[in-house]
Design a binder for this molecule. Structure first.
Ligand SMILES: C[S@@+](CC[C@H](N)C(=O)[O-])C[C@H]1O[C@@H](n2cnc3c(N)ncnc32)[C@H](O)[C@@H]1O
Length: 310
């Protein structure tokens, strides 16, 4: 009897150890670091510098370091490093919210990267290729665009837009999470995309010049923002006349029957279900027209709007 119990114990221990080893193997190891070379960094930073504004000099373009290793603040001399494919422009005093923290570990970034599509299906949402096609119908990304992929995460949409924009254009993938950006950098490198600049920054204080961006897409980002109106003001500020905005987000509909549960998520996880029907006024006040929105099931929604030509 005792022997049987011992054997069972041994088998369970072996099973657990095997499972643990498998789990360890599956942990995110970013082995392929982005390294497209110094010339590439220089070219990319030189192309992007007129569009970038550093937290320490919001009114003037930065200087590009000769070796492509970063940008220098023209006011303070501070260096902002461009390291492993990411330019870090996050203001020093930023405090992350609960959900921002969750997506800021290598493990959650890896899980999100691997299983995003499965999660989307769980919510009854379209698969990625279908989603890209639907957004592209409104966004009309074309060669030469300067596109901001806001809350770019692991760079899934960033890569898609970069392929369409070509060498004459530029995609700025901006996210607050270094873990997500590390994955985005790997994908950008894997695709050999030379027209993507990944920036660590905050949607509420975009480190970008006024009116430089021709298209803005924010997939899956609005619900994480503690102050969406402030982010919309920033999006409007950096958008060129006539620029298109598209976004997808966890959303609330009019007379939402899940309102109580959604409010619970907001209070406990800082996850905001955006009332899409109510965005028409703030967007109009910021000079947007042709506002369209739709819900995809009970949880998620899409929107598009057009910045005025003035
Ligand atoms: C759910 S992911 C979306 C990633 C990708 N766009 C997609 O659709 O799969 C949301 C992203 O928003 C980012 N995020 C949250 N708050 C942000 C902020 N204030 N500024 C920039 N990015 C932010 C998170 O770090 C995360 O990567």
């Amino acid at each position: 009897m005792q022997l049987k119990a011992l054997v069972r114990l041994g088998a369970s221990a072996a099973f657990l150890a095997g499972g643990y080893r498998l789990w360890q193997k599956a942990q995110p190891q970013i082995t392929q670091q982005p390294d497209l070379g110094i010339e590439w960094s220089q070219r990319l930073l030189t192309r992007a510098a007129p569009l970038v504004r550093l937290p320490t000099a919001p009114d003037q373009p930065p200087d590009v370091l000769a070796d492509g290793s970063g940008l220098r603040c023209p006011a303070t001399g501070r260096i902002y490093p461009f390291h492993e494919g990411v330019l870090d422009l996050l203001p020093d005093e930023i405090v992350l919210t609960e959900t921002q923290h969750v997506l800021n570990t290598p493990t959650t970034a890896w899980i999100y990267d691997r299983f995003r599509d499965m999660l989307m299906r769980l919510f009854g949402l379209p698969e990625f290729a279908v989603e890209v096609t639907a957004i592209q119908r409104a966004l009309r990304v074309e060669p030469g665009d300067v596109l901001l992929d806001l809350a770019c995460g692991h760079g899934n949409f960033t890569v898609e837009w970069a392929k369409r924009i070509g060498s004459a254009g530029l995609v700025i993938g901006l996210d607050i999470s270094p873990a997500m950006l590390a994955r985005a950098a790997t994908h950008v490198n894997r695709w050999g995309l030379e027209n993507v600049l990944l920036i660590r920054g905050d949607a509420l204080r975009l480190p970008l010049a006024d009116r430089g961006i021709t298209k803005v897409n924010c997939s899956g980002g609005f619900h994480q923002l503690p102050d969406l109106n402030q982010a919309l003001r920033e999006i409007a500020r950096v958008s060129a006349p006539g620029a298109t905005l598209t976004a997808s987000t966890f959303a609330a509909g009019p007379n939402d029957r899940r309102a109580a549960l959604k409010d619970w998520f907001r209070r406990h996880f800082a996850l905001h279900f955006v009332p899409l029907a109510e965005l028409d006024e703030p967007l109009a006040a910021l000079g947007y027209s042709e506002y369209r929105w739709s819900l995809s099931g009970e949880w998620f929604g899409y929107l598009a709007a057009q910045r005025s030509q003035a």
